[in-house]
Design a protein around this ligand. Structure first.
Ligand SMILES: Nc1nc2c(ncn2[C@@H]2O[C@H](COP(=O)(O)OP(=O)(O)O)[C@@H](O)[C@H]2O)c(=O)[nH]1
Ligand SMILES: [Mg+2]
Length: 325
């Protein structure tokens, strides 16, 4: 494939995606800043000298790509760049995007449904990251796919958290298994698992409290939940997903690492992407955790949760609305 090929292909594929409008509006803030800086860098009159590479580095880091990831990206870009012949800066940009795509790599998507009973998903993450809202969005998504869904109110720390999930469940017309405030969340999980088995629920989504006490307490609480769930339903929990607020950037990521140490996180859901101008965080997450993003929260509406799609992401970040027919 020639150098222009990648960008052109990306554009052609993006035009046909059903998610494209949600992506474009969710990445509007990120795109606005990033595109202007990229346009300046890849201006046809520019020389790719040391100053240019420094400017590229700054632009990447400003978009929340960590220094480590940005260095890796630029090294790779230079390596491929040396072997190729360029006539335009647009070709160089296309190569940068394809290098980004390569270093991101691939990641399996979505939930593997259990063949023997309810599939249980445990949602973890710090307070305010968007866990409860995301559970509602996931519930709506699986419901729309024809699955029966129930939710468990495992954040028993605050009464308002239980009520919040109950309100969502009511709106979506799905069962919500809840206990009382301050009840042991593990006992709520036991009730929820039993309910799910008795009522042939396909997907049980479990909310948890996000308070970051000390690490030992967090580990104990999560491992107890894990234990009781696995005792009730064979192979459960089938997935543990971490919810991360994109607006907290790399700081949020380092906080979230406590959860990754405490439990076997299989996927990340990055929320509030629409509220940040720093879309590079997605690349950083993949490089630093090797876990990768499964879903993106691109707005507050139920339909604004979208499966992460690398091509849509790269297109929305680099090109955006103006480049779509
Ligand atoms: N703009 C935007 N807001 C979000 C998104 N996801 C969650 N929120 C908001 O973030 C706030 C905290 O969400 P919540 O689900 O209560 O967080 P929790 O404490 O982790 O359960 C709420 O006001 C949500 O509406 C998103 O993708 N985009
Ligand atoms: Mg909550």
């Amino acid at each position: 494939m020639n150098n222009m090929g990648f960008l052109q292909q990306l554009k052609d594929k993006f035009q046909k995606k059903s998610d494209r409008d949600v992506y474009l509006s969710g990445f509007e803030k990120s795109n606005r800043q990033f595109k202007a800086k990229m346009a300046h860098l890849f201006d046809e009159g520019r020389e790719m000298d040391n100053d240019w590479f420094e400017e590229l580095m700054i632009t990447l880091v400003e978009s929340d790509i960590s220094v480590k990831t940005a260095t890796h990206l630029i090294d790779e870009f230079k390596r491929v760049f040396k072997k190729e012949r360029f006539t335009t800066m647009e070709e160089a940009k296309s190569l940068l995007i394809s290098t980004m795509s390569d270093i991101y790599g691939d990641f399996p998507l979505d939930l593997m449904l259990s063949a023997t009973g309810p599939t249980v998903v445990l949602i973890v993450g710090v307070n305010g990251s968007g866990k409860t809202t995301t559970i509602a969005k996931l519930a709506a998504k699986y419901q729309a796919e024809g699955l029966s869904v129930a939710v468990a109110a495992g954040d028993t720390f605050r009464a308002a958290a239980i009520a919040q999930l109950q309100t969502w469940a009511h709106r979506l017309n799905i069962p919500c298994i809840a206990g009382k405030q301050d009840q042991d969340p593990s006992s709520v999980m036991v009730d929820a698992c039993r309910y799910a088995k008795e009522h042939n629920i396909d997907v049980l989504l479990c909310d948890t409290a996000g308070r970051l006490q000390n690490k030992t307490n967090l580990m104990n609480e999560l491992s107890k939940m894990f234990r009781v769930i696995s005792r009730e339903i064979e192979g459960a929990p089938h997935a543990i997903w971490l919810v991360l607020d994109a607006t907290t950037g790399q700081n949020g990521l380092s906080q979230a690492k406590v959860f990754m140490e405490a439990t076997e996180v299989g996927g990340i859901i990055l929320t509030k992407m629409d509220g940040t101008a720093r879309g590079g965080i997605i690349l950083t997450i993949k490089e630093e955790t090797d876990i990768g993003v499964l879903f993106l929260g691109l707005g507050e509406k139920v339909e604004d949760l979208r499966p992460f799609d690398k091509e849509s992401y790269l297109f929305s970040l680099f090109e955006g609305k103006e480049h779509v027919r």
